[in-house]
Write a protein that binds this ligand. Structure first.
Ligand SMILES: *[C@@H]1O[C@H](CO)[C@@H](O)[C@H](O)[C@H]1NC(C)=O
Ligand SMILES: *[C@@H]1O[C@H](CO)[C@@H](O)[C@H](O)[C@H]1NC(C)=O
Ligand SMILES: *[C@@H]1O[C@H](CO)[C@@H](O)[C@H](O)[C@H]1NC(C)=O
Ligand SMILES: *[C@@H]1O[C@H](CO)[C@@H](O)[C@H](O)[C@H]1NC(C)=O
Length: 281
């Protein structure tokens, strides 16, 4: 019984000494991923280094890269994005993949074929981060006294999901946030800004702030709240054939904040024609 036990211990020690060193790669979509793979601590003869992959685009495991003493060769792939960084004599099977897309996400297997012990491999996961596309849309609500949505900020197609928030100082506003998962696994997050559409809110500046692991810094989108002022008829009198109406015309904005005023217009109409206008504040 003693002999096999010692033999197994020796064998075990030998296997532990040999190492295939890979990694775990995380890159932002569009950038270049470096796939390291090194064989260490062996004196056995190296016959070949080969790579297999299983990706979102091709869930079936395929061979795509072989490194022989004669040189490296890619196959089953559109070669332009792949560059060998391998060195057979240094037992280095590394390569680069440029312009990474979500379709490249998956598991890459690096295999060293040795004589006499056979294959030794490691699996390298590639995680792809996708930055969101950010847009802000104004709902241009009409002046009123009920809470309505003022604007929406959308961070679409983010992986992992983005956080969307609004910065609005001491304005009396509210935020709701919704998100949905897209077919490709990315997430679209929509944040809605709510408030009572008063004159005071018109032309106020707020910001939509988006953070995501896929963005190097948080992104801010400045936004100016817009309130729609309908021409409201205040008083209508009939004087001979001339209709007299007072319209609230518009908001006049002066250069100093806080001096917004309503301008009223006096419009003389006869048979759909505007005769004259007087404005006063
Ligand atoms: C690889 O890294 C990602 C992100 O850092 C992590 O979520 C994942 O669990 C890691 N995978 C392995 C196999 O270590
Ligand atoms: C393997 O080759 C790559 C590309 O030439 C190089 O960057 C890397 O340092 C090498 N690794 C080792 C352990 O020599
Ligand atoms: C990167 O990939 C995208 C989508 O496949 C393509 O439109 C673009 O031209 C590529 N860019 C480079 C620099 O290869
Ligand atoms: C958020 O999602 C729920 C369920 O999909 C939907 O009913 C609701 O209208 C959405 N809200 C916004 C503000 O988009």
């Amino acid at each position: 019984m003693i002999f096999p036990l010692i033999f197994m211990l020796i064998l075990h020690k030998d296997v532990q000494a040999l190492q295939v060193i890979g990694g775990n790669i995380t890159v932002v979509q569009g950038s270049t991923a470096f796939f390291p793979c090194i064989l260490k601590d062996t004196t056995e003869k190296l016959n070949q280094i080969s790579w297999q992959k299983k990706t979102k685009k091709n869930p079936e495991k395929i061979n795509f890269f072989t490194i022989l003493p004669e040189g490296p060769e890619f196959f089953n792939v559109h070669g332009e994005r792949f560059t060998s960084a391998a060195n057979f004599n240094e037992k280095n099977g590394s390569f680069r993949l440029s312009n990474v897309t979500l379709m490249d996400q998956g598991t890459y297997t690096c295999i060293f074929t040795l004589f006499p012990s056979g294959n030794h491999q490691t699996e390298i996961p590639l995680n792809v981060l996708v930055p969101p596309v950010i847009s802000v849309k104004s709902d241009i609500p009409t002046l009123g006294d009920k809470e309505v949505s003022l604007a929406t900020c959308t961070a679409s197609g983010s992986l992992p999901p983005a956080q969307v928030n609004w910065v609005f100082g001491n304005l009396n506003l509210k935020i709701t946030t919704n998100s949905s998962v897209n077919d490709d696994g990315t997430t679209t997050t929509i944040s809605t800004l709510w408030g009572v559409p008063t004159i005071e809110l018109d032309h106020r500046s707020v910001q939509c702030v988006v953070t995501s692991e896929a963005l190097s810094t948080q992104k801010s989108q400045p936004f100016t709240i817009q309130i729609h002022f309908p021409p409201t008829e205040v008083n209508v009198q009939e004087k001979s054939s001339v209709y007299l109406s007072v319209y609230r015309m518009a908001i006049q904005r002066y250069s100093t904040p806080g001096t917004d005023r309503i301008i009223y217009g006096l419009i003389l109409l006869s048979k759909q024609m505007v005769h004259c206008c007087i404005f006063y504040a």
